[in-house]
Design a protein around this ligand. Structure first.
Ligand SMILES: [Zn+2]
Length: 416
């Protein structure tokens, strides 16, 4: 019931109880299972030159001690003792630890964006989203980074991941022709990942190049591949033709295999990140390609700072978004403004997400999950409260929208 000035005190507590599907996060394997796990990201962002961290990602975030208290029942300021308390909970929960972490945030299942799953991070609580960028770069990649210091860190990681994919197929190097590369490497890798439980494929391509994918003819892509495979590094403009072709091929294959395409769409991380290159409007020719209407594209992180551009693209039947990561970098009121605009237009395309990530020794994926979940639900409640107050929706409709954003939209999209 509405009370006083129209606030809906019950809405937030109802929203906090909804069992959610987290559209995007990076769960870390329990140390007892995989010590020093690095598969939580194909391109971990912890070895870059210094950048100016957003305020809420710094250790001064007042929600961080609340997370320690809620998760590990530790309320002091001695970080040594906090880690002991965390270790004690990890030990007590054993192999159930990761699922226990989800329970603390009322998360029923999480799309785990990882190179591979492990004991403790597995279905049905965790659904796999592997990485596919490495397949866009089968040539000599010495020119890909240019003078971008962040990319100099990323490119060797992609080279290593592609070797890992080739090894899984019993190969040591890509075949001589593009046709063989597609038939013997790209498609089999996607098919194996889909059989392995993948519900989507993740592109972190925004870290490596702009979203300006053209639509080259097969013959042009073949010519680049044949000329440069196993040879010196191609000029960037020539390489782009092949990458563009492979991007569309993979997106089409994902549509055929029933996997969504996840795209990192947000500024950062990294002090050399190409912010202009991550504008989702650059993807419009791909989204409007009639062949792509069977492929579902998800703008992971909702496109910030291009949240309105991302929102405008939701009218396309093949576009969805989540607000993961924004729930870590913005306060509820700031995020509520963005959410409300999306919910007023295409609420069945908007999904909850956290981007839980092991940022530091003090802010592991568990703490970041707890904090993002808190903000994400508070922001959603604020957006919906405003819509109720302004008579856009009834309270019942607001609660229905909350269920859609937190759970039902993802359930439908991935056919869970
Ligand atoms: Zn992420």
């Amino acid at each position: 019931m509405a009370v006083g000035c129209g606030r809906e005190p019950q809405l937030l507590s109802d929203i906090q109880q909804i069992q959610a599907i987290d559209d995007h996060a990076h769960p870390v394997c329990p140390p007892a299972t995989v010590p020093g796990d690095r598969d939580f990201d194909a391109l971990p962002v912890d070895n870059l030159e210094p950048e100016s961290d957003p305020v809420l990602l710094r250790p001064s975030n007042p929600n961080l001690p609340l997370a320690w208290k809620a998760l590990f029942n530790y309320a002091g300021s001695d970080m040594g003792k906090m880690k002991q308390a965390r270790e004690a909970v990890r030990k007590a929960q054993g192999h159930q630890y990761s699922v226990w972490v989800l329970d603390q945030a009322h998360i029923e299942s999480m799309l785990g964006n990882r190179v591979a799953f492990c004991d403790g991070i597995a279905p049905p609580s965790f659904l796999w989203v592997p990485y596919v960028d490495a397949l866009l770069f089968p040539l000599n990649n010495a020119n890909v980074a240019g003078d971008n210091s962040d990319r100099k860190v990323y490119v060797p990681l992609e080279d290593r991941l592609r070797q890992r994919y080739l090894k899984q197929l019993g190969m040591t190097q890509p075949p001589a022709t593009l046709k063989e590369y597609l038939q013997r490497v790209v498609t089999p890798t996607l098919e194996a990942q889909q059989k392995g439980g993948a519900v989507a494929e993740k592109f972190e391509i925004a870290y490596l190049r702009k979203f300006d994918f053209g639509d080259p003819a097969t013959a042009d892509a073949e010519a680049v591949y044949t000329k440069w495979i196993g040879a010196a590094a191609p000029p960037q403009a020539e390489y782009k033709v092949l990458q563009d072709y492979l991007f569309r091929y993979i997106a089409l294959e994902c549509g055929r295999l029933g996997m969504a395409v996840h795209l990192h769409t947000m500024a950062g991380a990294g002090g050399y990140f190409d912010v202009a290159g991550v504008n989702p409007l650059l993807l419009e020719p791909v989204l409007n390609d009639p062949r792509m209407r069977k492929t579902k594209f998800v703008f992971v992180h909702g496109g910030w700072p291009y949240t309105r551009e991302a929102g405008a693209l939701l009218e396309k039947p093949n576009v969805y978004l989540d607000y993961s990561s924004q729930a870590l970098s913005f306060a509820p009121a700031t995020l509520a403004f963005t959410l409300r605009e999306w919910l007023e237009r295409n609420p069945e395309k908007v999904m909850y997400g956290t981007d839980a990530y092991p940022s530091s020794d003090l802010m592991g994926w568990e703490e970041s999950l707890w904090m993002a979940n808190k903000t994400a639900r508070e922001a959603l409640a604020m957006a919906l409260e405003g819509m109720v107050r302004d008579h856009e929706v009834t309270r019942e409709q607001a609660l229905r929208l909350a269920h859609m954003v937190l759970h039902d939209n993802a359930k439908g999209l991935y056919g869970l």
